[in-house]
Write a protein that binds this ligand. Structure first.
Ligand SMILES: *Cc1c(COP(=O)(O)O)cnc(C)c1O
Length: 340
């Protein structure tokens, strides 16, 4: 049975072109640095981010963690928004791997405010840890995109205080599509950036970290340290190249489909859609007076061939992606309507 999968954009399966490119990829041994397909991917990734170099890693979490590990020393403090992926979804890895202190700041709609970031930077004092890194996120996990001016202001504050800036840009190409800019225009306000190939871009595995040449060579050593050195990874990089060359160009379709989904959902009785938050491919909504529990609702959808995650704090999230077409959305709306 084919399922329509609204759980995330991580569920996208590799395209036919990707599978073919993977089968035919020329490979070497990337720990020796001679896998030509990995080199091509890293060169392209660096170029797209406007950075000197890039590194291929198996996951976004590993990419963020290696960036933090490479930017900091144990006991340093890093400034993050309190609901960001590094805080919420990376298993507390910063404590285990880098031994840094997290200084969480509450943003507006999870967007860090420059004045609050500046206030959180530590002054030199015998009692204080040293602030050495600020991490931003764009696009945000709440579906919103951070305006460039906001990033620019925070970057300037960081530079004034001689602090590095890392961007968790897991969905940087979604942010770029929304802002109608190139990814490098966003990455310009960062020292390093991580982005994922395995979300809406359909690659099966992989993320990239981009930064200066010296940063990436240090980060590669740290990657080896945590067991992330890979061998014939050109097999995976071949899919990543298609993700970057072709799949970035179609993200606007997912964004348009998210708006279409939101319009359809809001016509249903009791359904309230948070339309202001729809910048990319995520639609957040609640259902009033649902006749069944959230869990039963999700089960009933599953029986109809629709996969969705359960509500988080009462809010449901549907994510559009390459494997969800408009007719799938129409079908899902009919199914939901019957359950209300
Ligand atoms: C998905 C995601 C990551 C990385 O996740 P992995 O599952 O480890 O690849 C990092 N940051 C954000 C904001 C994400 O959405």
């Amino acid at each position: 049975m084919r399922y329509i999968d609204f759980r995330s954009d991580t569920v996208t399966i590799p395209t036919e072109e990707m599978r073919k490119a993977m089968a035919e990829a020329v490979v070497g041994d990337d720990v020796y640095g001679d896998d030509p397909t990995v080199i091509e991917l890293e060169t392209l990734a660096a170029d797209l981010m406007g950075k000197e170099a890039a590194m291929f890693v198996p996951s976004g979490t590993m990419g963020n963690q290696l960036a933090i590990m490479t930017h900091t020393r144990r006991g340093d403090e890093i400034i993050v928004e309190e609901s960001c992926h590094i805080v919420e979804h990376e298993v507390g890895a910063v404590a285990v791997l880098s031994g840094v202190n997290l200084r969480t700041v509450k943003g507006i709609n999870s967007i860090l405010q420059p004045k609050d970031v500046e206030a959180a930077i530590r002054e030199e004092d015998i009692h204080h840890p040293e602030t050495t890194l600020i991490c931003m996120e764009n696009a945000l996990s709440n579906g919103r995109v951070v305006p460039l001016e906001n990033m620019q202001q925070i970057y300037h504050i960081a530079k004034k205080h001689n602090i590095a800036v890392h961007l968790d840009g897991a969905r940087i190409f979604n942010a770029a599509a929304y802002l109608n800019v190139e990814a490098k225009d966003i990455a310009a306000y960062t020292d390093t950036v991580m982005f994922c190939l395995s979300k809406g871009l359909c690659a099966p595995i992989g993320s990239m970290v981009a930064g200066s040449k010296s940063f990436i060579s240090k980060a590669k050593k740290n990657r080896k340290l945590i067991g992330g050195g890979m061998r014939q990874s050109g097999i995976l990089a071949a899919a990543g190249l298609i993700a970057l060359k072709d799949m970035t160009k179609r993200l606007h379709i997912d964004h348009e489909n998210a708006k279409y989904l939101a319009d359809k959902l809001s016509e249903l009785p009791g359904v309230k859609v948070d339309k202001d938050s729809i910048h990319i491919n995520m639609v957040f909504f609640t259902i009033d007076n649902l006749k069944m529990s959230d869990a039963e609702f999700i089960d009933k959808l599953y029986e109809k061939g629709i996969k969705a995650n359960g509500a988080y704090r009462g809010v449901l999230r549907f994510v559009t992606n390459n494997d969800v077409a408009r007719k799938d959305i129409d079908y899902a709306m009919d199914c939901i309507n019957v359950l209300l």
